[in-house]
Design a protein around this ligand. Structure first.
Ligand code: COI
Length: 356
């Protein structure tokens, strides 16, 4: 499929952010967006056009039944000036897993990777270079058919928008305070926890906001059935360092198969650090902390990459992790992963996809 292009003249394009140290996360967008429609049983009309508000029927199914999915990945500017995406094919593969679960028609990941590169060829100069910043890529699909009966939509819009971003948390790579949530649940067996559906993030909002009012950055989610097993932290996977081994929840269907999670597991093993993917009870975490075996906790996700946890609050007790700072294993993994992403360390695993 040919991608049609309707580009803004240079004189109509926005000024780029002047201070890249103050980008925040997700408030600034580039000049152009990729779009593609689904109707008459196929994806069609791929195009790159100026970023502008959509026209959507008030009856569009996404507005009523939340039939929508998204992905998140990043593009970095390497020291030699090249634009580099981190494992984009993995995101596009997961995009289809999300689509399948949400009864959305699948897309062609090879075509979408080409489309993404085409968009980046036009918008790549928005990629910030300040340490910790990148160009965040947000592929999304929404159900656009105007219809109020509950069934999968017959029409969709796919779009990819780009946002120059800084660190996800204002703390940056500094330890965050986490509230262990023992009432609300993020995801139940058979539900949406293993995919990126807007709805699974909507379920997190109230509890996260309650925790924020108490001064916590994010929540540690426990399993929905027993509120006993650790699952995720905020919108990230979670890792515990117990007796110098990394323990992270196994992918049971209620946990997102994070691409940063899987990359970290590989990096850790390459560095000779043992990784256990298994059910982990909150009781075991508490015990390991009391006995001094638990030394580090960190979240991993695309947006924050690695976010150290300095404190867990469970049943009104504040538990400082290690010395409350960034632990040595967290730091080592962060340096290696971020080094590859930013092109300061060699990409020996074929994870970088250049936009040539
Ligand atoms: C990630 O970091 O992987 C996320 O999903 C966060 C995003 C929803 C902002």
């Amino acid at each position: 499929m040919d991608i049609q292009k309707k580009l803004l003249p240079k004189s109509h394009r926005k000024e780029h952010p002047r201070d890249e140290s103050k980008l925040g996360f997700g408030d600034i967008y580039t000049d152009h967006i990729f779009k593609m429609d689904y109707y008459d049983g196929k994806w069609q009309n791929p195009r790159i056009e100026p970023f502008s508000p959509f026209q959507l029927s008030p009856a569009a199914m996404v507005l009523h039944y939340s039939q929508t999915i998204f992905e998140g990945l990043k593009c970095y500017r390497h020291p030699d000036g090249r634009l580099a995406m981190f494992r984009p094919s993995e995101n596009l593969k997961r995009f289809n897993q999300s689509a399948q679960r949400m009864a959305i028609p699948l897309t062609d990941p090879v075509f979408l990777l080409d489309a993404l590169k085409e968009l980046l060829r036009i918008e790549g100069d928005w990629t910030p270079t300040h340490p910790g910043s990148s160009l965040y890529i947000r592929p999304t699909i929404i159900a656009t058919e105007p219809h109020l009966g509950v069934r999968p939509s017959r029409e969709y819009l796919l779009f990819i928008l780009l946002a120059p971003v800084g660190p996800y948390y204002p703390e940056g790579f500094a330890p965050v305070k986490i509230y262990v949530e023992s009432f609300y649940s993020r995801s139940a067996p058979g539900g949406l926890g293993a995919i990126k559906a807007g709805a699974s993030y909507a379920t997190s909002l109230l509890a996260t906001d309650n925790a924020a009012k108490k001064g916590f950055t994010q929540l540690l989610w426990l399993d929905a059935c027993h509120h006993r097993y650790v699952e995720e932290v905020g919108s990230m996977n979670i890792c515990f360092v117990i007796e110098n081994k990394i323990v992270t929840s196994n992918l049971t269907g209620t946990v997102l198969p994070g691409i940063t999670r899987s990359s970290l597991i590989t990096v850790a093993k390459d560095l000779g650090i043992e990784v256990q993917e298994r059910p982990l009870e909150i009781g075991e975490v508490l015990e390991a902390r009391s006995s001094g075996k638990l030394t580090e906790v960190f979240g991993t996700g695309t947006a924050a990459v690695i976010s150290p946890v300095g404190l867990l609050s469970y049943n009104d007790e504040d538990l400082v992790i290690g010395d409350g700072g960034v632990g040595p294993i967290t730091q080592k993994l962060y340096d290696e992963l971020v080094g590859v992403q930013y092109g300061h360390k060699p990409d020996t695993r074929g994870w970088i996809e250049f936009v040539d």
